[in-house]
Structures are given as C-alpha cells and as structure tokens.
Write a protein that binds this ligand. Sequence first.
Ligand code: PGA
Length: 250
Amino acid sequence: MVDRKFFVGGNWKMNGSLSQYKSLINDLNKAQLDPNTEVVIAPPALYLLPAKDLLTENKKFELGAQDAYYKPSGAFTGEISSAQLKDAGIPWVILGHSERRTIFKESDEDVANKTKAALENGLSVILCVGETLDQREKGDSIKVVLGQLEAAASSINDWSKVVIAYEPVWAIGTGKVATAEQAEEVHKAIRDWLVKTVGKEVGEKVCVIYGGSVNGKNAKELASQPDIDGFLVGGASLKPEFVDIVNARL
Ligand code: PGA
C-alpha cells in the first residue's frame, strides 16, 4: 500500500469575525499538531491576508480560499480570481463545494474551468464531489461522484496539486456522518477510478479526503479506513476539537 500523507482542511465558510479568526489561528499556532498531517485553513476571502500575517515562521498550516473565479481579471463583480490568490501568496483553493454547486448553481463545467485556472496559476486545489440524499437512495452515489470527477479531470494535468474531497451532500452540516463503511466504499471507487484513469503511480498518491459532519469523536474511526486520507471539516473546524481531527492518526 502506498504511504499517502494525511490531509485535513478547515472550511470556515461564511463564519467568523476579525476577533474570532485571530484567536482560532493563534490557538492553532500553539496547538500540538501531528507533524505528518498537512493542514489547510480556508477562512472567508476577506480574512485571508490578515490571517497570513498571523502564520508563524515554522508554518504548521497553509491558507486556502473557498472559491476562485477562472477569469484572471475583469468586470466580474464580487468575484476573486486564481491569479489574484497567486498574487496574494495564498497557495490553496477549495473548488466545487456542494454549497457552491447547489446554492450558487455552479455546473461541472464551471468547476472544470476554475480547476484549470487554479492549476495554471500554480495553486493547489481541494476538489469537492458528492451525491445528494436522493441520488444515494437511488443507488447512484458512485456514478454521480465519478461523473463529477470525470468532468474536472480533463482540466487537471498535475495531480500532485490536487486533493479530492468526497463530501456527501446529505452529511454536510447535518450532524449525519457517513459510516466508515459508506465513506470507504466511495473512497475505494475514487481510488480505483484514479488508478484506471491517470495510472497506478500517480493515482495511488492522490489524497482522497472525507467531509460531512466530521468531529473530534468520529474522526479516528473514519481515519482508520484504508482509502480515507484525511478530512474537510466545516463546523468542527471552528472549535477546539479541530486539533483532535488533525491528530486523528496519532
Ligand atoms: P461540516 O461541513 O463539517 O460542517 O459538515 C463540511 C464541509 O462542508 O466541508
């Protein structure tokens, strides 16, 4: 089995305030984090640059944006681009989050365009995929997830800059976590797809992380699955238990 790094992302979504992010980042700077876990925090875009100033010299984590438009600049009110993230020294971006897909009606094509632009600008991407409850109940989970991946794959020429986040929509923010078996089944299908599509050597190295109601209590069991290489965490990334999630493999 290939020894993949463990990866944990904290997606703060549209939460927090100046004072809250300062204390969260200072707490993380002080925390004992597993040095073998790669950690990326994604605060609202407004807070990225001041958050960057709070990173310590021996950075225990990196920063990421929660989205980025694919055009480099222009008349796109309200958007920020991958080129601007690069300019600002923000190395990561989350793309295709289900809240972007459902609330803001992003299509597979939008996600593919954004992925292409992010990689062209040298950013690393957390690419999110996941099925709705209705799709799961119809037995279509794997078909939906692989379809979303296929749509983005043609935009990816460097898989070493991509982490795939499997986030079943029905588990996000609901407190209804996928069982370790349910998650592992989809993660295994993603791994098999990667190996088949991009080859064994590259495909086995890509981190496939799980997101959806992960907390300090359920992280360890999920992390023990062979194809779960970490987490994308929403609600619990704003709480002290985030440290336990980062340390789930200890
Ligand atoms: P949650 O969100 O941990 O609050 O369920 C996960 C996510 O949306 O990435």
